[in-house]
Design a protein around this ligand. Structure first.
Ligand SMILES: Nc1ncnc2c1ncn2[C@@H]1O[C@H](COP(=O)(O)OP(=O)(O)OP(=O)(O)O)[C@@H](O)[C@H]1O
Length: 293
């Protein structure tokens, strides 16, 4: 039984259904990416897993308990999100000390080293940090807290590329040193390809796909050609016109016979990057941006 389990979980805000009958097990001691377009329901889902919000319907358990307002869940799960607040008069050093007191596996040395690496002065007050620095402080805390489950909601918001890269590296090293359940929501799947083991893709509150990252890398292929060359292909996920009788098609789980036919016609078939694939899998019915112009 996984530490985080959802069975037909629904979350409604008045008329709006943010999560719709979602059934999902998050693998234990794994690095799982929660991805999906804006408004997909990622934050709502993490809020419920963290026990910040109640489900409207269905069964959600964390460590076998319903997480809302549950002390055991609060003690063993840490949620990194951009609403994290610290007492007004606290310096970063005071924040670290408070974590050291409250979380038994808090790694004080790691927190201080990471703060120094990322240029955070522990004498500074968190309320005066820039947006990127505030995200970095929250991420450092998420790395050092070492709870059995750590959730990160868009942890890299505002971080520049160098900081993001080092954060991903630190997360991987920290995970390898202390395997634990990590769930990370992000729009930047292209930056996470080498970090994540599992991917959960949601859209409009529904599960689109849950798979291993390695499988996602081989899930679909893209091919360009004329309509005559492409016609008859099966499992077409996405089609785009590239100009005069040239088209780009994405094929889900391509069959050997289709692949051979394309190769015989001299067409090159390339795997579709996971980040692009997630866009194709979630934009059904929206049309192409070219249709707007
Ligand atoms: N408190 C709320 N009241 C009403 N609607 C809400 C509330 N919180 C979220 N929603 C709606 O639920 C849907 C999912 O929102 P959520 O913030 O979970 O999406 P998200 O995947 O995290 O989006 P983003 O990637 O843009 O941060 C959205 O349509 C949002 O407007």
């Amino acid at each position: 039984m996984s530490d985080i389990q959802l069975k037909n979980v629904t979350k409604r805000y008045r008329q709006k259904t943010a999560i719709s009958s979602l059934t999902l097990d998050i693998p234990d001691k794994s690095m799982t990416g929660l991805v999906g377009p804006n408004g997909a329901g990622k934050t709502t889902l993490l809020n419920m897993i963290a026990g910040f919000e109640k489900t409207t319907d269905g069964e959600l358990t964390v460590f076998g308990e319903e997480p809302f307002d549950h002390l055991n869940v609060a003690a063993n799960l840490f949620y990194v999100h951009d609403g994290m607040m610290y007492p007004q008069d606290f310096r970063i050093a005071d924040v670290f000390r408070a974590f050291q007191t409250n979380y038994p596996h808090w790694d004080q040395a790691l927190a201080e080293q990471l703060a120094q690496h990322f240029g955070l002065d522990i004498r500074q007050m968190p309320r005066y940090l820039s947006k990127g620095q505030a995200s970095t402080l929250n991420a450092v805390i998420g790395l050092a807290v070492h709870t059995p489950v750590t959730l990160f909601d868009e942890p890299t918001t505002g971080m520049d590329y160098g900081v993001r890269r080092d954060f991903y590296r630190a997360l991987l090293k920290s995970y390898l040193a202390t395997p634990r359940t990590i769930v990370l929501s992000s729009h930047l799947l292209n930056e996470l390809e080498d970090l994540l083991e599992h991917v959960v893709l949601i859209n409009r509150g529904e599960l689109v796909l849950q798979t291993e990252m390695d499988d996602l890398k081989h899930y679909a292929v893209g091919v360009s050609g004329t309509e005559e060359q492409l016609n008859g292909l099966e499992n077409v996920l996405y089609q785009e016109s590239l100009g005069f009788n040239q088209h780009f098609w994405v094929i889900e789980h391509p069959g050997e016979s289709d692949l051979n036919r394309l190769r015989e016609q001299g067409l090159s078939v390339a795997p579709v990057a996971p980040a692009d694939l997630c866009v194709y899998l979630t934009q059904t019915g929206k049309g192409d941006i070219d249709d707007v112009f």
